[in-house]
Design a protein. Structure first.
Length: 383
């Protein structure tokens, strides 16, 4: 570190130390909460801190609403606590408490009263986004495994990662032979990925014109949802899925059910060990790299490069650390999720770009997606 950098660092440290002494002073906190100019800031920060404290309670209230199919019920017609009590098989007091709590979170909203004085509730702005949204509902319902692992967060942080409920859910995360996993081991997470894939597929295919290509290879493509969506967008496109054998069997059945067997094939194997099918001019990795550590992530990218001709295209889509407006998603949510899972980490676009160049790609560019919280997109060319 240069003398100038050392001097600047020392100045910043002194400034932050002075600021921290001010912010942690009870006298300053009381004054800030009373003064009209700083009161909104003080209240906003107090609310933010309390939301962190109460976050688990909020998420469990959302889970209860999902399990009761409350949002779909309210989409049909407003209801009272008595209606929910009967339909949800719970005491009236519990139904009242759930509706009041959900209203405070913007999941439902009050819609006046019936002639008998009972409060009526309809969809709130956040609840409306959940109607028919099987993808988000599936994500919410599978969190019981994550919460089990986070019951003692210090124990998780002090461990070697994984070894709990979430790593058992994602069976390949800690398996020495992922290619040998049977259908019952891969079925839960494959179903979750299939349910949530439409959220991401739409983002990626809106941001990149897949129809310019001849043949798509989707690595780690699960049960073929992304491929099926791409084929619907591009009638002349052909496609291949490569995933674990038991997962590829499910993709093959999906293609047959959709009448796509003449345009789509599914291959089973381990992309860290087995050769990939040839013939694609575009390879997609959709929510694959972030759940692998650096060495296997680089190996997957190199395998993708080997499957492409010079000038071929790679699409890398996943939630990215540092996404504008979604910063906690990468560092906090996926940081702890992947630690509990036992594999991978959330990476920023520059970090992913560096891995891509190391794997033999150039012309690495980030493409804007409508909702970076769901997925960012990087497009690269095989050098």
């Amino acid at each position: 570190m240069t003398a100038e950098a050392t001097m600047n660092s020392g100045w910043r440290d002194r400034w932050f130390a002075q600021r921290d002494r001010l912010l942690t002073s009870p006298r300053f906190q009381q004054a800030a909460s009373r003064f009209v100019g700083t009161r909104p800031i003080a209240r906003r920060r107090a609310r933010g801190l309390f939301d962190l404290v109460a976050g688990f309670v909020y998420s469990q209230l959302l889970l209860a609403c999902v399990q009761l199919r409350l949002f779909d019920r309210l989409a049909d017609a407003p209801m009272t606590a008595a209606d929910l009590s009967q339909q949800g098989q719970m005491p009236l007091l519990s139904a009242e408490r759930l509706l009041e709590a959900a209203a405070s979170l913007g999941l439902v909203e009050a819609r006046g009263q019936q002639p008998d004085g009972q409060a009526r509730y309809g969809l709130g702005p956040l609840g409306a986004a959940m109607v028919g949204n099987t993808a988000v509902a599936a994500m919410i319902e599978h969190h019981h495994a994550l919460y089990a692992d986070l019951a003692d967060p210090l124990a998780l942080l002090r461990s070697e990662r994984g070894g709990g409920a979430l790593s058992r859910y994602w069976a390949y995360a800690e398996s020495a032979e992922p290619g040998a996993l049977q259908g019952q081991a891969v079925a839960p997470y494959s179903a979750l990925m299939s349910a949530s894939q439409p959220l991401v597929a739409g983002q990626v295919l809106d941001a990149y014109p897949i129809g310019r290509h001849r043949c798509l290879l989707d690595l780690g493509g699960g049960e073929g949802v992304f491929v099926a969506t791409a084929l619907e967008r591009a009638p002349r496109l052909k496609a291949m899925v490569f995933d674990l054998p038991a997962v590829a069997d499910s993709a093959r059945r999906r293609f047959a059910q959709l009448g796509l067997s003449d345009r789509a094939q599914a291959f089973g194997g381990d992309f860290l060990r087995d050769a990939l099918p040839a013939g694609a001019d575009v390879v997609s990795l959709v929510r694959v790299i972030y759940d692998h550590d650096d060495a296997p992530a680089l190996a997957i990218l190199r395998a993708a490069r080997s499957a492409l001709p010079v000038g071929g295209t790679l699409l890398l889509a996943e939630p990215m650390a540092g996404a504008a407006g979604a910063e906690p998603m990468g560092a906090a949510y996926f940081g702890m999720y992947l630690m509990a899972m036992g594999s991978g980490r959330s990476r920023s676009a520059p970090e992913l770009s560096a891995l891509l160049r190391q794997a033999g790609f150039d012309r690495v560019r980030q493409r804007a997606t409508a909702l970076p919280l769901q997925a960012g997109l990087i497009v690269a060319r095989a050098a």
